[in-house]
Every structure is written in C-alpha cells, then in structure tokens.
Design a protein. Structure first.
Length: 135
C-alpha cells in the first residue's frame, strides 16, 4: 500500500463538492510532486510546480469570486492569506527561472504541505458555513 505525502481526510472538507474537489486536486498535485522529488526527476518536478501554480491560482480566484457574491465578512483576512501564498510561490518561480529546478528542494514540499493543510483546515473552514451543502 502506497503511503501518500498528504492523505485527504474528511476533516479537511468545507462541505462543498466544488471546493473540496479543488482542494483534493491540489493535494494530489503536491503528492505527485513529492513522488518525483523522491525519483529525482527535475523536469517533471518543474512541470508539476507550474501545474500547481496554475491550478492553485484558479482555485484562489474561485474562492475570491465566491466571497464577492456572498459578501464574506472575513474576506480581507482571507485575501491576505492568499496573497502571502502567491508571494511565496513567486519567489520559488523566480529561483527556478534564475537558477533552474536544481535549486528547488524538499523545503518547497514542506511549505506546500503546511500552507495548504493549515489554509484548508483553519482559514477555509471559516467560509464553510456560507457554502451550499452536499451530503
């Protein structure tokens, strides 16, 4: 049985299939990234980092659109968390563009895992009561 770097857990659920599916996809990309770090596959690592950046940006924009629709009262704090993530990822991309993928190491995985799990379990849970529910 394969052990994943991040295992989806229902405690991460915001009780919205749309956002849960997006969160699960982000976790899967991070898991795949972890696998390719272990296989020392730099080109695929680079591809996955850019895939994650693109997908995460779409997800964050989707959340922000939702906040505008519902007039989410904690929107500003949530947007600051998103901006922090975007700024950190820009630094990672700058390193890749300047020095190549070889300068990116397991620290990026630690950052991604900690940021996303904290974001989903603590910050995203604050908008969960405003979402349409599913069973």
């Amino acid at each position: 049985m394969e052990i994943k770097f991040i295992e989806w857990n229902n405690k991460y659920s915001v009780k919205s299939k749309y956002f849960d599916d997006q969160h699960q996809e982000i976790i899967e990309i991070i898991n795949e990234l972890h696998d390719h770090f272990n296989k020392n596959n730099p080109e695929h690592i680079k591809h996955l980092i850019f895939q994650l950046v693109e997908y995460a940006n779409t997800h964050l924009k989707d959340e922000e659109k939702f906040f505008a629709i519902i007039d989410f009262p904690l929107k500003e704090a949530h947007l600051k968390a998103h901006q922090f993530y975007i700024d950190e990822v820009k630094k990672i991309i700058a390193v890749i563009n300047k020095n190549g993928i070889e300068d990116v190491n397991f620290e990026i995985l630690k950052f991604l895992k900690e940021w996303w799990l904290t974001h989903i379990t603590e910050i995203d849970q604050k908008y969960a009561p405003y979402l349409p529910k599913y069973d």
